[in-house]
Design a protein around this ligand. Structure first.
Ligand code: ZN
Length: 493
C-alpha cells in the first residue's frame, strides 16, 4: 500500500461516517419520534466527535507529506486537492474555538427564534454580536498565511476558489437591471393566480410523478414530508423532502422540483467516485445551479408549464385559469414581498445581493450589529421600493446569520447565474428542447446536464465545472437576458 492508498482508505471511512451523520439529520427532520430529541443530541455529538478526530488525525498530515501529487493521475490529483484543502482548514481552527462556536451558534438559534417572534432585535443583539465575534476569530485563523480577507476565508467553505471581489463585480452588474425589471413588472397589470383547494394526497402524488419525470431515481431515493424542503445524502442514497399547502399547489410542486435538481446532481455523479471527495456536489453554487435550472429554466418554462397545465387539470379539476398561456403567467407571477424564501425569479437575487453586501460589511467590521436593522431597511427600500414593516420581515427573517453562516448567501445567486449560463449552453445544444418539454419529456435536458456537469462531481473546481459544461466563462448576462425576455413576454413589455 502506498501513502495515497492508505489515505484514500482512511478518508473513505470518514466519508461513510459523514453520510451516516447526514442520514441521522434527515431522520430528525422527518420520522424521528418527538420524544427522542435528547438522546439524538447525544448520538449526534458522539458521531461528530469521532468525525472531528478523524479530520484532524495526525496520520493525515504524515500521508499528505509523503504524497507527491504530480505522480498521480488527474482524478488522484483532484482527490488530493479536496483532501489537502479540508485538512488545512480543519487544523487551522483551534479546538477551543470550534467548540465555543458550536455551543454559541446552537444556543443562538433559539434566542433568534424568540426575538423574531417578539419582533425584538435587542433581545438577540448581544448573542448575535458573540456569533459574529467568534466567526471573525475563526476567519482570521483560516485566512492566516493566505491573501484572503476575513469574509473570503469563510466563503471558501461553501464556494472554494470564489472571492468577494469577483462576486461584487458580477452582482454589481446584476443589481441595476434586476431593479429596473422589477419596477417595470410591478407597474404592469398582474396576471391571475390559480384558485381552489388542492387535496394534499393529490399534491404529493403529482409531485412524485413530476420527480420521476425529471429523472429522480426512486430505487436510490425517497420523498418524505418535512417543515423545510431539503435534499440529503450522496451516492446511492439521496433523499428529498417536500411540504404542502392546501391553497397553493405550486409550493409543493416547485420545492419538489428544486430538491429533485439537487438530488439528481448527487445521483448523477460517476459511481467510480462513490464515498470519495469527488463523489459529492462540488460547491453550494454549482449545487444551486442544478436545483434552479430544474425548477425555473425548465420547470417554469412556457413549454413545460403547458404540459403541467394539463396534468394539473387532470389531477385537481378546474384551476380558475382558462389557458396554457394564463397558467404560465400564474406560475411566474411577481408580487411584492419581504421574504426571500417566498420570492420569485426576478426579485430573489435582490434579496441575496442585499445580504451579501451587508454581511461583508459586518465581517469586515464596517457595520456594527446595532446598526444592522437600519442599514437593512434602507437598502430594502432602495431595491424593492417598499418600507420594511416588521423586523421579522427584515433582518431577522433568515436563520443563516444567527447560526453563523456568513459567506453562504451569495452562493444562491451564483447558482442562479450559473443556471442562466447552463441554460444558454443547453439551448444551443438541444434545438428541440421546447418541443420535448411541451410533451413533459425532460430526458434530453437532464441527460445533457448529467453528461456535461453532474457526472464529474468534484473533479474540477466549481468555476471550471461550469465553464467545462458551458464552453464559456460564467457571466451574469445570460441570466439577465433570460429574465428580461421571459418576464417581458408575460407582462407585455
Ligand atoms: Zn437549493
Amino acid at each position: 500500500m502506498t501513502a495515497y492508498d492508505d489515505l484514500m482508505a482512511f478518508d473513505r471511512e470518514t466519508q461513510a461516517l459523514a453520510q451516516i451523520a447526514g442520514r441521522l439529520g434527515w431522520d430528525q427532520e422527518t420520522v424521528m419520534p418527538r420524544g427522542a430529541v435528547e438522546q439524538r443530541g447525544e448520538e449526534f455529538a458522539a458521531l461528530e466527535s469521532v468525525l472531528h478526530a478523524r479530520r484532524v488525525d495526525p496520520r493525515l498530515g504524515e500521508w499528505l507529506d509523503a504524497i507527491d501529487d504530480t505522480t498521480l493521475d488527474t482524478v488522484g490529483q483532484a482527490q488530493m486537492r479536496h483532501i489537502r484543502r479540508s485538512y488545512a482548514r480543519n487544523t487551522k481552527v483551534p479546538a477551543r474555538l470550534a467548540a465555543e462556536l458550536a455551543k454559541v451558534t446552537s444556543m443562538a438559534q433559539g434566542i433568534w427564534a424568540e426575538a423574531r417572534a417578539k419582533g425584538d432585535f435587542a433581545h438577540f443583539a448581544p448573542t448575535f454580536e458573540e456569533v459574529v465575534r467568534l466567526r471573525r476569530e475563526e476567519a482570521a485563523a483560516l485566512a492566516e498565511g493566505t491573501e484572503m480577507d476575513l469574509w473570503d476565508a469563510l466563503h471558501q467553505d461553501y464556494e472554494p476558489g470564489s472571492s468577494g471581489a469577483e462576486l461584487d463585480a458580477m452582482f454589481g452588474a446584476l443589481r441595476p437591471r434586476l431593479v429596473a425589471l422589477r419596477d417595470k413588472i410591478l407597474g404592469a397589470d398582474q396576471p391571475k393566480g390559480v384558485s381552489g383547494t388542492f387535496d394534499e394526497a393529490k399534491q404529493l402524488a403529482l409531485s412524485e410523478e413530476v420527480a420521476r419525470t425529471f429523472g429522480y431515481d426512486f430505487s436510490q431515493g425517497r420523498i418524505d414530508k418535512a417543515v423545510h424542503p431539503f435534499s440529503s445524502g450522496s451516492g446511492q442514497d439521496v433523499r428529498i423532502t417536500t411540504r404542502t399547502n392546501e391553497s397553493d399547489p405550486f409550493n409543493c410542486l416547485y420545492s419538489t422540483i428544486h430538491e429533485v435538481g439537487h438530488a439528481c446532481y448527487e445521483q448523477g455523479i460517476d459511481d467510480a467516485y462513490l464515498l470519495t471527495p469527488l463523489g459529492a456536489g462540488v460547491s453550494m453554487g454549482v449545487h444551486e445551479s442544478q436545483s434552479r435550472i430544474y425548477e425555473n429554466q425548465l420547470g417554469r418554462s412556457r413549454a413545460f408549464t403547458g404540459y403541467l397545465y394539463g396534468r394539473m387539470r387532470d389531477t385537481f379539476g378546474d384551476l380558475g385559469i382558462d389557458s396554457e398561456e394564463a397558467f404560465f403567467a400564474a406560475v411566474n407571477r411577481v408580487t411584492p414581498g419581504y421574504i426571500r424564501t417566498e420570492s420569485d425569479e426576478v426579485q430573489y437575487n435582490l434579496h441575496v445581493l442585499l445580504r451579501f453586501d451587508l454581511e461583508r460589511d459586518i465581517i469586515a467590521g464596517r457595520l456594527e450589529i446595532a446598526d444592522l436593522p437600519e442599514a437593512w431597511d434602507a437598502r430594502f427600500e432602495a431595491d424593492f421600493g417598499v418600507k420594511v414593516d416588521t423586523i421579522a420581515n427584515g433582518c431577522l427573517q433568515d436563520v443563516h446569520w444567527p447560526v453563523g453562516l456568513f459567506g453562504y448567501f451569495p452562493t444562491y445567486s451564483l447558482g442562479n447565474v450559473y443556471a442562466g449560463c447552463l441554460h444558454q449552453a443547453m439551448r444551443g445544444a438541444l434545438p428541440d428542447l421546447d418541443a420535448d418539454l411541451a410533451k413533459g419529456e425532460t430526458g434530453a435536458a437532464t441527460g445533457w446536464l448529467r453528461e456535461n456537469l453532474q457526472r464529474h462531481g468534484g473533479l474540477r473546481t466549481p468555476r471550471e465545472t461550469i465553464e467545462h459544461a458551458c464552453g464559456f466563462a460564467p457571466s451574469e448576462v445570460p441570466l439577465l437576458d433570460y429574465l428580461e425576455e421571459k418576464f417581458g413576454a408575460i407582462y407585455g413589455f
